[in-house]
Design a protein around this ligand. Sequence first.
Ligand code: NDP
Ligand code: MG
Length: 409
Amino acid sequence: MVRSPALPEGRTRAEKARRTLSIFGATGSIGRSTADVVLQHRDAFDVDVVTAQSRVEELAQTAIQLGARLAVIGDATLHETLRARLAGTGIAVAAGQKAIVEAASHPVDLVVAAIVGAAGLEPTLAAIEAGADIALANKECMVCAGALFNRRAAAASVRVLPVDSEHDAIFQSLEANNLHAVERITITASGGPFRTATLDEMRRATPEQALKHPRWAMGPKISIDSATMMNKGLELIEAHHLFDIESARLDVLVHAQSIVHGFVTYADGSVIAQLGAADMRIPISHCLNWPRRVLTATPRLDLASVGTLTFEKPDLERFPALVIARAALENGDWATNILNAANEVAVAAFLEGAIGFLEIAATVEAVLDRATATVGGTVFDTVETVLALDGEGRRLAAEQIEFRGRRAL
Ligand code: NDP
Ligand code: MG
């Protein structure tokens, strides 16, 4: 049986007409789209906290625009700059990673988790602990913490509303009374900028080419993940945890147009899909306003002008990240944790020009092989263990990249 992430057992809290909201990662691609949705419905939301890592000017502007109560910058050296920029506005300021986690403990109705990478884990868990519902964009924090993330959410009776467009599509396609009759869940993939590229072209791909996504304008990390299709691998893992469905019943289908975002196949042969323009404000608006739907200024789908919808199977030879991620999912939480950590390091190395495009997946695979011998099978039930494992994945990835660099000399 499949689970609906938005309906935790024992949930009784009534929906309020006006909600308090915090945005973690407010200056990023998802953060900015969230601000846009909030600004379209100023009367529906009170913004409490907005955070960023280093884009201090953008953070200050967002805080003023949204009328936030507190702005937090992760880079502590920018504390004074932020204070000066917000002087006289009445908006409180704080700085440092600890301050971000502390701000996540503020009592609000909903926290938008839009920090990139495992760095989002501690704030998101703190928000869960404080009883906030989570609009989850930051898939890496679910991938690296696995079942622990769900246990914490269940213990706090909070909802986890999936912002990721494919998961929001599945969330919308699940019928609450027929979760037992779900046969398969399929998430679609655009195929990224190298969908039709040859292996040789991919081997020579530059960061600039890899960052150029054909459909979505996103932050650099997820853009590279989309190019390797590791993003879809992370999303398989995310779907497993969000909907409590095993790998064998989860499919990936390449759909270059990014119109059908995902679908559920039921036991009677019915297929329920969600369609929409490739605009993250659509799933964000759905999560922010759920269970209501509200008028949101987003592009409308015109299927007559689209004409034909195309689908194809992913090419697992050119996109091995999908195979590696699925194997990690089947190996358990320790493996998905290592996968995520190694991938974060490898993506950063590629963006810095230290490794080639195809070496991203190769690095992750090599790290997982090595980690099997040292930390394979590790079971974790504390955040400390999650972070220790993440640190080991990063260490092994850095070693692997250095090793590759030496071999190439
Ligand atoms: P961006 O890189 O555009 O934004 C990341 C945000 O996180 C920024 O606000 C950044 O601050 C902040 N940040 C970065 N590092 C840290 C850190 N160490 N500690 C605290 N804050 C940090 O990313 P996206 O918005 O594209 O993606 C955010 C998350 O949403 C990712 O997990 C991604 O996979 C997921 N997602 C994104 C989609 C998209 O369309 N963009 C779609 C689906 C999921 P600063 O600006 O100061 O650097
Ligand atoms: Mg997605």
